[in-house]
Write a protein that binds this ligand. Sequence first.
Ligand SMILES: [Zn+2]
Length: 183
Amino acid sequence: MRCLALNASFEPLTMVPVRRALRLIIDGKAEIVETDGDGMVRSISVSVPRPAVIRLVRFIHVPRKFRRQVTNTFLFARDGYSCQFCGRRHHELRFRECLTRDHLVPLSRGGTNDWTNVITACSSCNTRKGNRLPEECGMEPLRPPHEPHFVHLAWAVRRLTPVQARYIRLFYGEETLRELRAL
Ligand SMILES: [Zn+2]
């Protein structure tokens, strides 16, 4: 089992191995917020309850670039597995069509891979848009792309214990937790 690490602000940050969590606690860098039942873990010098949720004592600034890593898996999930130009979903695509990543401002024209510049597009729409800006070809996305705030947690969410899930819910809300579970 892994331990959910919260920032000093209680923002859920990531899952860490219990051993790493213990190190942080012993070094005074984190405190235990929730324990996992009655279990104790022992190191050479101390014995502490097995942590399920820890909180960093000092706020750490998480560089934005770590949160901005856009993989196609999360990009397609964010957009509901549908082309943001023609609206067709993955299963409605024709033979040899597929979902792709489209850059609203093309990379060749200074566009980035940030969440707000990438959208899911079927291969046909992507080809049609080509190297143009949305306003040049009249292809505006159905929904303006946004940066989801929960991406860095999504990979771990299915393995959360109920106690850990409570902290995700507290911070992000029930809806986000549901969305994450559906990924
Ligand atoms: Zn399309």
